[in-house]
Design a binder for this molecule. Structure first.
Ligand code: C5P
Length: 302
């Protein structure tokens, strides 16, 4: 592959149509059965060469851009450094620009998407032609959701979510996303999940081993929107924790159902709420009513 002058990668957001969470592991992570579905909300990550010695620099535009860190705590910057180190280049010189459309800190893997985009953009910019298996391994080191962001489509994530099995998916699923003001911290939501289970006497051995729900996998395979909607309300083990930390999300979920959604759930660790709509026209109506309900900052359809 020839090195290029600038590379832009489009990366999707995800929604978890199932998120089964096991007990905490000794390393602090939780084993999951995580059914990821990429949705048509995208960030664009552009990599351009920088002068020798300039290092990695980052700029960001779009909704919520002011909340995105522009130093090396940003997963996209770490992705560029990790890829360079993998190829024996200790100090890469590259400018990364993120055009954001995925909600920031919203439980839709926006930061993971940007890291996956940065890996692919730098790999093409530098002509390093990293094999997919090595890219996957680098992605997993960056974060549990980054491998899925590389893969897209639909996939079952096991382990801490990084071990992926692609899933067949057909049909069209219409979604409405209710965006919240302010994010929720993913580690805090997992901790709250553990705490709630302990308080209910359901911690440790009492927690079921996370397994994929066959009805969710069948619904994706068959493109059966109604069957998928039927499973959503109980699909996310992190939802009670997100609701405990942000009780107002219960009002958002109720407003979505009242607005005509088939079903709703908290997306991942939240605070974005995801609603399934029967079709594109209903999705637009649900989004308008949600936006007018005062229970969210904005609503998006995909
Ligand atoms: O892997 P990632 O950096 O995205 O994870 C962020 C945090 O979310 C972890 O530090 C951990 O607290 C929590 N987490 C977890 N179990 C997982 C994935 C994430 O406990 N499977």
């Amino acid at each position: 592959m020839n090195p290029r002058n600038a590379v832009t990668v489009r990366v999707p957001a995800k929604v978890n149509v199932q998120l089964a969470v096991g007990p905490p592991r000794p390393d602090g992570f939780h084993d999951l059965a995580n059914v990821f579905l990429a949705v048509a909300l995208h960030d664009h990550v552009t990599a351009t060469p920088a002068a020798p010695g300039a290092g990695v620099s980052l700029t960001c535009e779009g909704p919520g851009a002011e909340q995105v860190p522009l130093d090396r705590t940003n997963l996209a910057a770490r992705a560029a450094e990790l890829l360079a180190a993998h190829h024996g280049r200790p100090a890469p010189d590259v400018r990364l620009h993120i055009a954001k459309d995925i909600p920031v800190a919203g439980g839709m893997a926006g930061g993971s998407a940007d890291a996956a985009g940065a890996l692919l953009a730098c790999d093409a910019l530098w002509g390093t032609a990293t094999p997919p298996a090595a890219l996957h391994e680098l992605a997993a080191r960056l974060g549990s959701d980054v491998p899925f962001s590389l893969l897209g489509g639909a996939a079952l994530g096991t382990g801490r979510g990084e071990r992926l099995t692609p899933l067949p998916v057909t049909g069209t699923f219409h979604w409405v996303f209710a965006l919240a003001d302010g994010g929720l911290s993913t580690p805090a939501v997992y901790r709250e999940c553990d705490r709630l289970r302990e308080a209910a006497g359901e911690a440790g051995q009492a927690v079921a081993e996370p397994r994929p729900d066959p009805a969710v996998l069948d619904a994706l395979r068959a493109g059966d929107a109604a069957a998928l909607a039927a499973r959503l309300p109980a699909a996310n083990d992190l939802q009670p924790a997100a609701l405990s930390l942000r009780p107002a999300l219960a009002d958002t979920l109720a407003a979505g159902r009242a607005a005509g959604a088939l079903a709703g759930l908290v997306s991942g660790s939240g605070p974005t709420c995801a609603f399934r709509a029967p079709g594109a026209a209903t999705a637009r109506v649900v989004a308008e009513r949600l936006a007018a309900s005062g229970t969210c900052r904005a609503a998006r359809t995909t």
